[in-house]
Design a protein around this ligand. Structure first.
Ligand code: DGL
Length: 438
């Protein structure tokens, strides 16, 4: 039997009857058509009912075993080898960037035989995957973690912030490759932890892996590096594909950005503000007044309190959920209320218990766009009387991260005012007239 990692049950049986291995080019005749491509491995939890091919056009196709009429091998796959090309001549006059890896699709290298994704994280590998980088900056790299971003924790944010602090004095900018799913949370975390940093820190991800013709990995990375080393600003940003125009990358403020689509390359949007800059053809167009670059000295506050919950209210919400947080030692609760910042009157007792136990309870809106206004209706006013802290136009995810940061770094007496004070652009005094994307 050939080498068939990940295949089991019906799919393994179908493949093992032919002498094929992952990586071989095979022809599958099935109800519905013929498919020719390289046999891909399956992942650990995949079903046993499909075999998966990578077609010549770069897309993957899953074929249901029960529809397969025949499988034949066209040619054996070549053994995978990867020899990075020699390092390009490093131009010492170029600015320096530190690229920190945390995992995710960005800047990974695809093994074309099997479709497996390997992290490409030496400078050498990055230059080979994205040769344009050699003309932008002198690169040094460090893989801080290699995890999917759904596995990030507040302690990962702390480690990442500490890695940034170490690099900051010696480079012109920092770029962080990150899985897209929770990149906005990490951006908010670093916006607070690294508040006052003198250089740009730019998080970047990719929605489509580098083996796909529509991959946004290279353009996002080149633009992130360009912004990190050449923009005149400091602070924490997210750089991702801008929209229908293929060549443009939007730069978002780290506290005002959200992943708003599961698969589109322009999934990331600034909420309640516009993107602060665009990068196109390695040219930067600034759209907002941002803090200027400054000296290396700043006071990083990198700790986060993990006992904080983000709770979405919904019709029929059971206040026992709030009671359970109080009983389990939670120190803060961010509510994602309805409309202008409301939850049902049934929650009042539980909220009262929380606030009288010195647990911070704050309100954001599940509308995402707009701001909470808790003085308009009696519900809002009553919640204010119970000690609920209104958080203006702060995104719920940013509010969660900020509460974790405030609780870990400030005394009880300062926490409420720190939550409501604008630190890193997370609160607009007034809601500007921003067009919500169609
Ligand atoms: N689950 C994703 C993550 O956030 C992997 C794909 C990506 O890089 O977006 O890590």
């Amino acid at each position: 039997m050939g080498d068939l990692p990940g295949y089991r049950g019906a799919s393994l049986k179908a493949l093992s009857q032919q002498d094929v291995s992952v990586g071989d080019i095979i022809l599958v005749k099935a109800k519905g058509g013929e498919f020719k491509g390289s046999l891909l491995p399956r992942y650990e939890y995949a079903d046993d009912k499909h075999i998966v091919l990578k077609l010549d056009n770069g897309y993957n196709v899953g074929i249901e075993v029960s529809n397969i009429q025949s499988i034949s091998k066209i040619s054996e796959g070549k053994k995978p080898t990867f020899t990075p090309p020699p390092l390009p001549k490093i131009d010492n006059s170029l600015p320096k960037v530190s690229i920190l890896g945390t995992g995710g699709t960005i800047a990974s290298r695809i093994d074309y035989r099997t479709g497996a994704v390997h992290p490409a994280f030496s400078a050498e590998e990055l230059y080979s995957v994205i040769p344009e980088l050699a003309k932008c900056a002198q690169i040094e790299t460090e893989a801080v973690f290699n995890i999917y971003s759904e596995n990030m924790t507040p302690s990962n944010w702390t480690k990442l912030a500490e890695a940034c602090v170490k690099k900051a004095a010696n480079v012109d900018g920092i770029v962080i490759g990150h899985g897209t799913d929770t990149m906005a949370y990490t951006a908010a975390a670093l916006s607070f932890a690294l508040h006052g940093i003198g250089i740009p820190v730019v998080l970047v991800g990719s929605q489509r892996s580098t083996d796909r013709p529509s991959s946004d990995a290279a353009i996002n990375m080149i633009s992130a590096v360009t912004f990190a080393v050449r923009s005149p600003v400091s602070g924490v940003y997210v750089a991702m594909h801008a929209g229908t125009d293929d060549g443009s990358v939007a730069v978002h403020l780290g506290t005002k950005v959200r992943k708003n689509h599961t698969s589109r390359r322009d999934a990331f949007e600034s909420v309640n503000i516009s993107p602060v800059a665009y990068v196109k053809d390695q040219k930067i167009e600034l759209k907002a007044k941002l803090p200027a670059r400054k000296g290396a000295k700043f006071e990083a506050r990198t700790k986060f309190e993990e006992k904080v919950a983000l709770v979405k209210f919904y019709p029929g919400f059971d206040p026992l959920l709030i009671d359970a947080l109080v009983k389990n030692g939670y120190k803060g609760i961010v509510l994602e209320g309805t409309g202008l910042g409301h939850v049902s009157t049934k929650c009042y007792d539980a909220i009262q218990k929380a606030t009288s136990n010195e647990i911070l309870v704050a309100m954001t809106s599940q509308c995402i766009w707009g701001r909470v206004r808790m003085t308009v209706y009696s519900t809002g006013r009553e919640l204010l009387n119970l000690g609920v802290i209104p958080l203006a136009d702060m995104l719920p995810e940013t509010a969660l991260v900020k509460m974790m940061w405030v609780l870990a770094n400030f005394k009880y007496g300062e926490q409420k005012s720190m939550l409501q004070r604008n630190i890193s652009g997370e609160i607009n005094e007034r809601s500007p007239l921003v067009r919500r994307p169609a």
